[in-house]
Write a protein that binds this ligand. Sequence first.
Ligand SMILES: Cc1ncc(COP(=O)(O)O)c(C=O)c1O
Length: 429
Amino acid sequence: MTAYQYPDSHVFYRKLGHEYPKIVRGEGCWLIDERGKRYLDAVGGAYVANLGHSNPEIAEAMAQQARQFGYLSGTQFTHEPVEELAAQIAETLPGDLSKLYFLCSGSEAVEAALKLARQYWVERGRSEKHRIIALGPGYHGSTLLALSASAREAHKAPFRPWLVDVHRIPAPYPYRCECGGRGTACPVCSAAVLEEAIEQLGADHVAAFIAEPVGGSSTGASTPRPEYFKRVREICDRHDVLFIADEVLVGVGRTGTWWAIEPYGVAPDIMTFGKGVSGGYAALSGIAAPERIVDTLARGSGSFIHAQTFSHHPVACAAGVATMRYLKQHKLVDRCAKMGRLLHEKLAPLTKLPHVGDVRGRGLLAGIEFVDDKASRAPLRRSARFAEQFADAAIEAGITVWPNGAHDHDSTVLSQCPPSPQRGEGARG
Ligand SMILES: Cc1ncc(COP(=O)(O)O)c(C=O)c1O
């Protein structure tokens, strides 16, 4: 049988030192390779496949749209899937978010959100507002502005001359914080560091603060204190700074509410989403913004300066509509909250193991943090590449997990993020 590895195939693979199993079929939570081996897709690929695989309703919706027409330019026409998808998502959004702009990847959504923030200030006559503040650890994507906003030094180092200077503040990461996440007076966990940063840079120069409401691939499902984002909201309002919630990984029901920001009781000025919004069936992402921001552009230059050939794509939007309908019809967000409680109940006993320091998360998003020493919380040596080896061994054993230790900070976290199909589906094909 062919070995799927570099350089034996013409594919320029993501990992050049790796042999890949070739998947030929999906069934609910399962993936099946050409040898017949089954893999439980416990992380939905990359926190994506929230409905499971081979869903006939999504496949049919996409095929039907492709039969009608496959592509048209968002500068010339509109179409039913984009109108319907915008309306479907708008129903679920917090605060005054109501206008949707669709793109393909999470990185593009982050680029667009940051550019929208900047264009908004320019059109309001405040062109001195250009600085971005972001968290570390934190991840927002791999294109240059999104990478600039990310705190992933190893990914940034070769491209440093091309990156924008984003101001970094420490992420609320209770397990790794000196206060253990318990201190309302802790400057990091209370967001006081954000206000200090804005004052240091000068509020007149700060355009936006971007953060994930629940940590994704950097802090492995770490959840900030309940009052964190309320404080962020107050600080941003006080200083005229736009708050961008990056919901690319944690949005669309993943944490048991439509949006991970919801339990904090505040709304951002701009939101990004991606991954699960199309169930993974199409490359689809987007940003949500309120009229008060979009109106500034409408009354000013007349458009958002972010042209992309494949924005508002009909077939991708059809996949999005079918996914949103499926989530609503089968009440999968509620089910995610319920199954999430079960998942966390089952994972909790892992903390009894000698090297498991923390098990955390919300809904069907869980992170397991491994440590060298539980008492001191001393991290595992990064050079041991434990998370990566664990993820490879898991694939060997027939289950996918996500290794978060691949990044700069001194912690090793494995994530689980299983699909939330209907009861009975995908239990075993
Ligand atoms: C929070 C967050 N934002 C943005 C991105 C970038 O998304 P994409 O890989 O689709 O470009 C990711 C990817 O993991 C992410 O987790």
